[in-house]
Design a protein around this ligand. Structure first.
Ligand code: ADP
Ligand code: MG
Length: 609
């Protein structure tokens, strides 16, 4: 006897609905997408009981012809694509032809539609049209979905609180509004207006409606283009930040998408302007040839696959960076440009002179800045000044003291300092340390300085063969899309080599139970950074991975601009810097120190000619 049977249509639709219609917000998403595809200029959405009681979507689009009604509710029936070529050149939001069929299999649907000529009313239950008759309507479509999941109790159980579901719908409506500033959206919850946009086409205006006026006053326009991509958008000034990535919206050809790497590119654009753990408010519209993007990788189409992702990533990061820099630009005093190499040369010569002078004075003196670790919790700082300075660890701010850098740099080099002694004078803009010695005045970029220190520290630790680990009180769960999980799997061994053990859990998830003892306190954030970093980079061998991870971690975890330091912090930073192998440039090659020589100062004041 044969056991295999073809599923009946209703059952097949219910199975498809399991993928496409996860929750009330999915219904809203599919119906609004249809309204947009139908070229509507105004779309109204009304929900009751977070959409479980009913969802109505009213549009003024093309409408559906009477002869197409039955097909529209059928599975795999679409007016949007016809052949293979179309599938790889999608210009509409829908194309799978399964949304209406899925929705009608798990709810009761009523629809009125008019193409401009005839108007029809239809009601559908259990996937079957139960009533169809002429009606009166202006051009457009009105669909009402009621009693969602009434016949799939398991799905109903899975639904979270009404508040959560309502939140998800609001989120989707906000993204539609941001994605289509030319469309007028009206969104009502329990008859109360929750969002209204004007359809003026101005993205900044919509951002005001979605995120509030305060944000909309502080938006910067961005745009950029390569042969393949064109981008326009708005980014909020860095003073407006949020605690998660939720306020970043990326639209590709009008479709809201989630993409780790492009989000990261946006964060890179802000670079040091964002405090650690804070995220910006951004909306970007990317347009590209539909042939360069595969949207058919996920039933809900939020994940897409892009060709030339690196090109796009770089375009986004530089575009945002340039826009922000331009905005932040303050007039500068122009002094004669010095090449970094010249500065280092001068510093080296000066330091060598200082050293030989000292040796001549006292043959038995220890090298300057030699660290003495015998004093518990304190450091003896022997400099070429008459009094010894003591650095008290307690005074050092959390930013700085969390990791045992001095110890590490000592362990790594155990050599004399590479910078001449300089006395801290103060700090400018919470960003540059000003210091002096006979040679002149130094400006030290505090972020670059700490980057260098941390980079050497992390690299040293990562290269140790046996990384000691400490268990986490709460294990870290990581959850990925299939694509991402596969990529992460390629890196499991390399991560293990630096002391991070990822245990696979379920098909796309991993658990981390322990982290290396040298890890910073915010392990979850560090891991998030490392993962993002892996996902956005081409394959690397272990050495390159260690090197790049150390650079990335050092940059992320270093004190940023606009951070005020105490004098002790500054002294300690310079001291630590002087013990690194390469105190002259940050790991990205930017200079750490600029010297304005005493001679140049005198020249500027015309004391010498
Ligand atoms: P898809 O959007 O993938 O084509 P759907 O099941 O969502 O599949 O819709 C099936 C078809 O019904 C669409 O291709 C479109 O022709 C028609 N349709 C659905 N909603 C609307 C609407 N609001 N206005 C005009 N046509 C619509
Ligand atoms: Mg659709």
């Amino acid at each position: 006897m044969s056991l295999i049977k073809e599923l009946d249509t209703q059952l097949a639709n219910k199975i498809a609905a399991g993928e496409v219609i996860e929750r009330p917000a999915s219904v809203v998403k599919e119906l609004v997408e249809n309204a947009i595809d139908a070229k509507s200029t105004e779309i109204t959405v009304k929900i009751y009981e977070a959409g479980l009681q009913s969802i109505s979507v009213i549009d003024n689009g093309t409408g559906i012809a009477v002869d197409d009604i039955e097909l529209a509710f059928g599975r795999h029936a679409t007016s949007k694509i016809h052949d293979d070529h179309d599938l790889f050149h999608i210009r509409t939001l829908g194309f799978r032809g399964e949304a209406l069929a899925s929705i009608t299999s798990v709810s009761e649907v009523e629809m009125k539609t008019c193409t401009g000529n005839e108007s029809v009313y239809a009601s559908v239950k259990n996937g079957v049209i139960t009533d169809q008759k002429p009606t009166r309507l202006k051009r457009g479509t009105e669909i009402t979905v009621s009693n969602l999941f009434y016949n799939t109790p398991a799905r109903l159980k899975y639904i979270k609180s009404l508040q959560t579901e309502h939140g998800k719908i609001t989120d989707i409506m906000n993204r539609f509004a941001l994605s289509y500033p030319h469309i007028r959206f009206n969104y009502y919850n329990e008859d109360k207006l929750s969002l209204r946009t004007t359809g003026s086409g101005k993205l900044g205006e919509v951002m005001g409606q979605v995120y509030g006026m305060k944000v909309s006053n502080d938006l910067i326009k961005v745009s950029g283009e390569t042969g393949d991509y064109s981008i326009t958008g708005m980014v909020a000034k860095p003073e407006h930040t949020r605690s998660n990535r939720h306020y970043i919206s990326i639209f590709i050809n009008g479709r809201y998408i989630k993409n780790y790497i492009l989000t990261k590119a946006i964060l890179d654009g802000y670079h040091t302007l964002l405090p650690i753990g804070r995220f910006p408010i951004v909306a970007l519209h990317i347009t590209m040839d539909p042939g360069l993007v595969d949207v058919n990788v996920h039933p809900t189409k939020q994940e897409v696959r892009l060709s030339k992702e690196t090109e796009l990533k770089e375009l986004i990061a530089t575009m945002i960076k340039n826009a922000l820099t331009k905005e932040m630009l303050i007039p500068q005093i122009k002094i004669k440009k010095q090449k970094p190499s010249e500065i280092f040369e001068q510093q080296k010569i000066f330091y060598e002179e200082q050293q030989s002078h000292k040796q001549a004075v006292n043959e038995n003196t220890e090298p300057i800045n030699q660290l003495d670790d015998t004093v518990q919790g304190e450091h003896q700082h022997k400099a070429d000044t008459s009094t010894d300075k003591q650095i008290n660890y307690e005074e050092v701010t959390e930013d700085i003291k969390s990791e045992p850098f001095i110890k590490a740099t000592e362990e790594m080099n155990n050599i004399s300092p590479k910078l001449p002694y300089m006395e801290v004078v103060g700090q400018v803009h919470g960003t540059y340390i000003i210091a002096q010695n006979d040679q002149g005045m130094y400006m030290i970029d505090q972020h670059a300085a700490q980057e260098r220190i941390k980079y050497e520290f992390y690299k040293h630790r990562m290269n140790l063969v046996n990384n000691e680990v400490q268990p986490l009180l709460v294990p870290i769960n990581l959850s990925f899309s299939k694509d991402e999980a596969l990529r992460i799997l390629e890196y499991v061994d390399q991560l293990k080599a630096i002391g991070l053990e990822l245990e696979p859990f379920g098909s796309n998830d991993f658990i981390i139970q322990a982290v290396p003892t040298w890890f910073p306190n915010d392990a979850a954030l560090v891991i998030d950074d490392i993962i993002t970093f892996i996902l956005e980079n081409k394959s690397m061998d272990l050495n390159k991975f260690r090197e790049n991870t150390a650079i990335m971690m050092s940059c992320k975890r270093s004190i940023k601009a606009n951070h005020y330091l105490t004098r002790t912090d500054m002294e300690r930073l310079i001291e630590e810097l002087s013990y690194t192998n390469e105190p002259y440039t940050c790991p990205h090659g930017r200079p750490i120190t600029i010297l304005l020589s005493s001679y140049d100062i005198e020249k500027l004041f015309k004391r010498v000619m």
